[in-house]
Design a protein around this ligand. Sequence first.
Ligand SMILES: Cc1cc2nc3c(=O)[nH]c(=O)nc-3n(C[C@H](O)[C@H](O)[C@H](O)COP(=O)(O)OP(=O)(O)OC[C@H]3O[C@@H](n4cnc5c(N)ncnc54)[C@H](O)[C@@H]3O)c2cc1C
Length: 460
Amino acid sequence: METIDPELRQQLISLFGADNCLFEIEDLVAYSYDSARDEHRPAAVVFAQNAPQIAALMQLANRKRFAVVPRGAGSGLSGGSVPLAGGVVLVTTAMRRILEVSTDDLYAVVEPGVITADLINTVARHKLLYPPDPSSMKTSTLAGNIAENAGGLRGLKYGVTKDYVMALEVVTPTGEIIKTGAKTVKSVSGYDLTKLFVGSEGTLGVITQATLRLIPAPAFRRSLIAVFDDIALAGRTVADVIKSGVIPATMEIMDHITLQAVENFKHIGLPQDADAVLLLETDGIEAAAVQEAATIERICRGNRTIDVKIAASESERDQVWEARRSALAALARIKPTVILEDATVPRSKIPDMIAAVQDIAQRHRLVIGTFGHAGDGNLHPTIITDERNTAEMQRVEAAVAEIFDAALRLGGTLSGEHGIGLAKKMFLHKEFGLEGVETMRRIKKALDPNNVLNPGKLFD
Ligand SMILES: Cc1cc2nc3c(=O)[nH]c(=O)nc-3n(C[C@H](O)[C@H](O)[C@H](O)COP(=O)(O)OP(=O)(O)OC[C@H]3O[C@@H](n4cnc5c(N)ncnc54)[C@H](O)[C@@H]3O)c2cc1C
């Protein structure tokens, strides 16, 4: 849909109010992309205030056959909120109330547009933890996290978003408001629709409310930084730590290119001549966290770490994690285009995956910085390039395909946390086969017979 039909324009204004609708080209451009590379312009953008409005919009979309694309903060890295078929971008950031924090039953009820860090900070005041902490947490919304099943630095010990979603309120593609799950610790009533919507990338329903599990905040934490002059040794250390029986809260890796970029950006004294660093954190009861940190230190030394240092203060710790969270932004400063992948392998295969990425970079003469949630097997090989250089872009495309092939060959998956969206849909059959993709397509068709909700994502 390139220009908006005047009747639809009027219907959107009556539904959402003129102040909550955008139709001007300069506004539409701002909602035509997310944090990945694709770009398509919508015909209109609307800001929802409540679920009944969204239900009415979906009913209208089915009657008039236009696409509706849910959108949170637009920080997605796979094109999930890009309006591929035009239509209406439905932004849920105005629904941003934390409705309840239950310190008795350990859950929070939130609207979809709550910023992830706002929930984390709010529950921390009650000595509670909402563990999923994507690096984008200061901008991303909880609905965006749920739709992408976002992970974060704490994923190794605490799991990812799907492990914390207890119940949802969802507007279906045909415009009904439904509830899934329960506020109870246990519930096996009916099909587990909550799990179906989590990670569905805005293609099966619009999330309008979520009940999220909370846990008691750990009383103590200890952060370590281990420096290596060979990234292969850092990779081996990751595998050895897991094998030792210690599950740190966090185990992140940054390679030489990323380290340099981060240090030039943040200036916190990271060792720029190192080939790689591991950033680790143990937490829990003080004695256990200290003992686990000592075990990790021993394993690092056994793998010839040049240096292993324990953060001396909370502020030193915060500085290191803030630096890690800025890795993508730091790499993006080097060249105009960054292509970030999130192929993920079983943890024991981290050394093989690192070697495969290095080999791919060398053969295609590309600069690839690698960082990521090493403890989850989730690396982010990041290609630093310039999309105006067409010859290099052809090599980039080939390298991306080879990175996915390497991950699948090692028993891994195309995406650990960023989703398939537009960016990886051409590869999905490689992981699940044509029959697997067809099964997903049938689920989509059952819920969205007119294909109006976020069409063209995950598969064509
Ligand atoms: C610098 C940076 C660092 C990042 N770090 C991480 C990381 O560590 N871990 C990680 O997992 N991701 C990370 N991401 C990716 C991104 O932040 C996450 O995917 C996040 O969950 C997206 O949230 P959002 O609110 O921006 O959603 P958007 O980008 O707006 O949308 C993402 C998807 O959610 C759908 N959606 C949005 N709102 C709704 C709704 N109400 N109902 C149904 N569907 C909806 C959209 O249709 C789309 O498919 C990072 C991104 C950046 C730019």
